[in-house]
Design a binder for this molecule. Structure first.
Ligand code: ATP
Length: 314
């Protein structure tokens, strides 16, 4: 039974990534301390090390038995916690302090840390699906092979962080990319297409705001496979503005399919990125949905209807 039901202060474990977003988080610790006194919760902190974190966090959870675990960082930190908390009865919060914060944006979690903290104590939750990839990884947000994964690779090696760095590499990659051949089996249906990029989408948009999957729903028990199809030089120019203005789905060379289980076969080994983290060069990617596998603390939602003009072939 959660501690609040016994009128005990809630226990919250904050998992702080000290390097995410190049943001100093010392101030935040002070604010958490003050906030915990005002809002009557107790807390512990785990600072990520970049190695063996999953094991060490699991041990902290076992020892401390928190009611909530909060990711203080970017999408990589969220992904790390989501995998640990999958199908456990512990709610997860997010204080978005990474460079892109795609997952927090998807869930409309405030980018302001004080407001995000309010969301964590307010206790409103949303059950979200998780994608299990090759039985070894999970994706809560977006995974892909092709242009974007190459951009993530270039970005990781660069000194320029944040949106300017991403935009620079995206445009470079767009002009250098060659179409790849993919064979996808989705719920038994075979789809063979050439594409510049295949996206495995639990969520709807990238942290940049690029709306790749407007008909996606993070809690609907299915995911989308999206092909960004070959385009001409003219299409390249057409693509830049919509990608950053959330209108890419309006372009007719984007094809989307929904399902619950997929195998993506790349004809050449290609880099896979999951939730902003590079996984490696793979030939086969197996994806399965784990429906409503995680309770996330979210703000009160103002009603929102997702508008879609995407070609739906499912
Ligand atoms: N102490 C640490 N030293 C070095 N790397 C770390 C440390 N702690 C975590 N990491 C690395 O941080 C990465 C995750 O960062 P995260 O995605 O949370 O932030 P970000 O990249 O700034 O944001 P976003 O993904 O939203 O763009 C992982 O690759 C992880 O290995």
């Amino acid at each position: 039974m959660p501690n609040n039901q016994l009128n005990k202060p809630q226990k919250i474990l904050f998992v702080i990534n000290p390097i995410s977003g190049d943001i100093d988080k010392n101030d935040l610790l002070e604010r958490i301390k003050t906030f915990s006194e005002q809002r009557h919760f107790t807390f512990e902190v785990y600072h990520t090390k970049g190695q063996h974190d999953a094991k060490l966090i699991s041990e902290s959870i076992e020892k401390y038995e928190p009611d909530k675990v909060v990711a203080v960082g970017g999408d990589g930190t969220c992904n790390l916690l989501a995998k640990i908390l999958m199908n456990k009865n512990i709610r997860m919060g997010i204080i978005p302090l990474g460079s892109a914060n795609g997952m927090a944006k998807e869930l409309e979690i405030p980018q302001n840390p004080d407001k995000a903290l309010e969301t964590i104590v307010a206790d409103k939750t949303k059950a979200i699906d998780l994608l299990v990839i090759n039985r070894a990884y999970i994706s809560m947000h977006l995974a892909d092979v092709g242009i974007n994964a190459q951009v993530v690779k270039r970005f990781e090696r660069d000194q320029i962080r944040g949106f300017p760095g991403y935009a620079k590499h995206f445009i470079q990659e767009l002009f250098a990319a060659k179409p790849l051949k993919f064979k996808v089996t989705l719920d038994g249906r075979k789809i063979i297409k050439k594409a510049y990029m295949v996206v495995i989408a639990n969520a709807t948009k990238y942290g940049t705001g690029a709306m790749i999957n407007p008909r996606g729903n993070i809690s609907d028990g299915q995911f989308e496979i999206i092909f960004v199809r070959p385009y001409s030089v003219w299409h390249l120019f057409q693509m830049i503005v919509p990608f950053f203005t959330r209108k890419i789905h309006e372009l007719d060379y984007i094809k989307s399919f929904s399902g619950k289980k997929a195998t993506i076969h790349n004809y050449e080994k290609k880099e896979l990125q999951i939730d902003g983290e590079l996984i490696g060069r793979l030939k086969e990617i197996n994806v399965e949905i784990n429906p409503q596998a995680l309770e996330i603390l979210v703000p009160e939602r103002k009603g929102k209807g997702l508008f879609s003009t995407i070609t739906n072939e499912s």
